[in-house]
Design a protein around this ligand. Sequence first.
Ligand code: PMP
Length: 360
Amino acid sequence: MARVFNFSAGPAILPEEVLRQAREELLNWRGSGLCVAEMSHRDQEFVSIAEQAEADLRALLAIPDSYRVLFLQGGASSQFAMVPMNLLRGGDQADYLNTGSWSKKAIAEAKRFCAVEIAASTEDARFTRAPTQRELNLSSEAAYVHYTPNETIEGVEFPFVPETVDIPLAADMSSTLLSRPIEVSRYGVIYAGAQKNLGLAGLTLVIVREDLIGRPLAGTPAMFDYKTHADAGSMYNTPPTYAWYLAGLVFQWLRCRGGLAAMATINERKAGALYAAIDTSGFYANPVEPACRSRMNVPFTLADPGLDQKFLTEAKAADLVTLEGHRSVGGMRASIYNAMPEEGVRALIAFMQEFERRYG
Ligand code: PMP
């Protein structure tokens, strides 16, 4: 059976070359006689896989030595709690930018631990844009500032990194990490679930500035303390070994393709073509301000929502799958992560144009 183009927001499409390599190594990783999933995380073989993955990630993102990289479990949703537990450091207030469904969840969780100040909200604009730097009402009392650079559901991406002066910036990069170069030193902590651009569900990546580690909220469980994992090389308990290995394959795939600058160029081309197709049609629409449109998640609606089901059924017949929008917003959403080839985006655009010609 031929593979299809999968536009899922996550778990998402994986690079075919990575899947082939994983299949090649599945029964016998490089002469070890073992599947990576069968190895003890303390085995020298797995330790070498783990170290190589971290080295490749550090190279891709140019991560400064003063940052620790943690390979955790619990999803980005656990980070909604771990960020306040670790970053409050004696403070009792944090600033949050309210820009969509995922920042709302982060805010709700943080409220269990501290006073949450909403430094900016675009809810009035129905989350169709990011706030500007001038709109940010940041407080000098905040222990940290949290934001969501790319809102996966609404398809809104910040076109800039918020300037917070000396206050650590925490970023939920679940749906944007590795889509383009970033300046890690602008952030106190970056976290991401792996099931979009990094590999498999089950792995959560945290990149945290070393000086922010080690002063957790009283009562923080060991598993929720960044220090526990930093001190143990992310092997305090059994890490998600296979997902760690697979992320390593994805990192190598990215390096072979020219790294994140090369990915950014391709991603801009893919998103640019898809938004242009939407904007030039009289049939499809995207409500997000052009400067704030996500390069990874492209939501769009049909002029007649009565045609949604037909669109999805016919798209699936054309090998274009998982295009339904998030249940909370409806419509369509095409997630076009690194692993989505340009050919997939071209196929989607051609299908959309043909669908419009027949039903528009
Ligand atoms: N934040 C963002 C921006 C997301 O897109 C997601 C998942 N779609 C989450 C958080 C939640 O991630 P997880 O399911 O790994 O907890």
